[in-house]
Design a protein around this ligand. Structure first.
Ligand code: NIG
Ligand code: FE
Length: 410
């Protein structure tokens, strides 16, 4: 079955040769074709070019006059498998408590873990599937999902099995990350080593033997997992082939970037506080820095210094961090707009960060993230817009006409 999309006002992020990522100055450019066609063969991109060279027939033809097409958003950092919400903590913060104070009072991650432990796997699946459908409708066509709101062997496995079931039932690429090291459960408050041993000796072997994760993560942060804890966990995960993607530098810079780079992490995520040494550590590494501007927005914490990172010649990816505590939103359109508005990224830089670089941060650069022959036909058809800069400019408006996953209009 062939589908031909014709009269596309502008086809964005066209890469004739498949690239893994874009960095530094190269991020300033998004290659495009104006007045273009796009040809799909079932679920695969089979051709594109200027309208004057378009094929004359196809099984299905869609007229895109006035509309643009870009690759689906690649959201490389989410926690969408969680139970319930934390809107009471949101109100508590409005009334003056800090995120840290709430966590110290048993709220935060431990609050979500309590809820999740008491929720059946079926119910957890239903809640999570709803969030997944919501983000697909918002243009996300590939996503990473973390565990981390279980914090017991059973509950962590429950989350990962839910992710597995999402992979089976939805046809976009989904990657799973084991984040047992998200917070110390209350009963291990004075026995942190005990919890780390539980992760290493019980959780990791089960996750690996049931083949439930692609990646491993840890919340490397003051008051959570130290650099030494993180080092231990990443070392243990290595023997199971789990590649690190690590929460670092959200509130403090303690060496999380360095330990992640040492372990050849695929990505380091958050990076709201960065010093010169952190940026230096990322140079000559294959590790993708990932910014999560919706988290900065929601918690009123600093934004990742995107300009310093890109001006240093590094790449940058953008993701949502969709989770119940710091980012109850999975809207990549908002992320792209906020990156432009608050982090001074150009629309081109933001689009590169949210497509090809997001794909890289999930090891999916060969499948998604650009309009390239042979890649998956996962893309966004916009409403009629004057230019692609209009996407971040008109933040908050829904400019999506329709979303295609594997060549199918969702
Ligand atoms: O990525 N920083 C660590 N974890 C989550 C939020 C945790 C929560 O508050 O539930 C994050 O922001
Ligand atoms: Fe996160």
């Amino acid at each position: 079955m062939t589908t031909l999309l014709i009269n596309i006002k502008e086809l964005l992020q066209v890469r004739d040769t498949s690239i893994k990522k874009v960095a530094g100055n190269d991020m300033k450019t998004v290659p495009t074709i104006k007045n273009a066609y796009l040809l799909l063969n079932n679920d695969i991109i089979a051709g594109y070019g200027e309208m004057k060279n378009a094929p004359s027939t196809a099984d299905k033809i869609i007229d895109c006059t006035g509309k643009m097409i870009l690759p689906s958003w690649c959201d490389s950092h989410t926690h969408i498998v969680y139970a319930g919400n934390r809107e009471q903590e949101f109100v508590d913060r409005i009334n003056g408590l800090t995120y840290e104070e709430i966590a110290n009072n048993g709220g935060g991650i431990l609050n979500s873990a309590k809820k999740l432990q008491a929720t059946s796997e079926e119910e957890l699946y239903q809640q999570s599937a709803k969030r997944l459908e919501e983000i697909i409708a918002l243009g996300t066509g590939a996503v990473e999902i973390k565990s981390g709101y279980g914090l017991t062997v059973e509950a962590e496995l429950k989350i990962l099995r839910v992710i597995q079931r999402l992979k089976e039932n939805y046809n976009l690429p989904i990657k799973a990350t084991f984040l047992g090291a998200h917070a110390f459960p209350a009963e291990y408050k004075n026995n942190k080593e005990g919890y780390i041993n539980l992760i290493i000796n019980e959780m990791l072997p089960k996750v690996a033997s049931e083949n439930l994760a692609d990646f491993v993560d840890a919340f490397c942060e003051t008051g959570y997992f130290s650099v030494e804890d993180t080092d231990k966990i990443l070392t243990a995960a290595q023997q199971y082939g789990l590649i690190p993607k690590v929460h670092v530098n959200q509130f403090t810079t303690i060496g999380g970037v360095q330990v992640s780079v040492k372990h050849n992490a695929l990505s380091v995520d958050h990076l709201e506080v960065m010093n010169k040494e952190d940026i230096e550590a990322l140079k000559n590494s294959d590790t993708m820095p990932v910014a999560l501007p919706s988290c900065s927005y929601f918690l009123s914490i600093p934004y990742t210094p995107a300009r310093d990172i890109i001006n240093a010649g590094l790449p940058l990816a953008l993701a949502t961090d969709f989770n119940p505590g710091s980012t109850p939103s999975g809207n990549m359109n908002f992320v792209v707009a906020t990156a432009c508005i608050k982090m001074k990224m150009t629309p081109e830089e933001a689009i590169n960060s949210a497509t090809i670089n997001g794909a890289y941060a999930m090891n999916l650069s060969d499948e998604v993230g650009s309009i390239t022959l042979g890649k998956k036909a996962n893309f966004i058809l916009t409403k009629e817009i004057p230019s692609y800069g209009f996407i971040p400019y008109s933040f908050g408006s829904n400019l999506i006409d329709s979303v295609f996953i594997n060549g199918q209009q969702v």
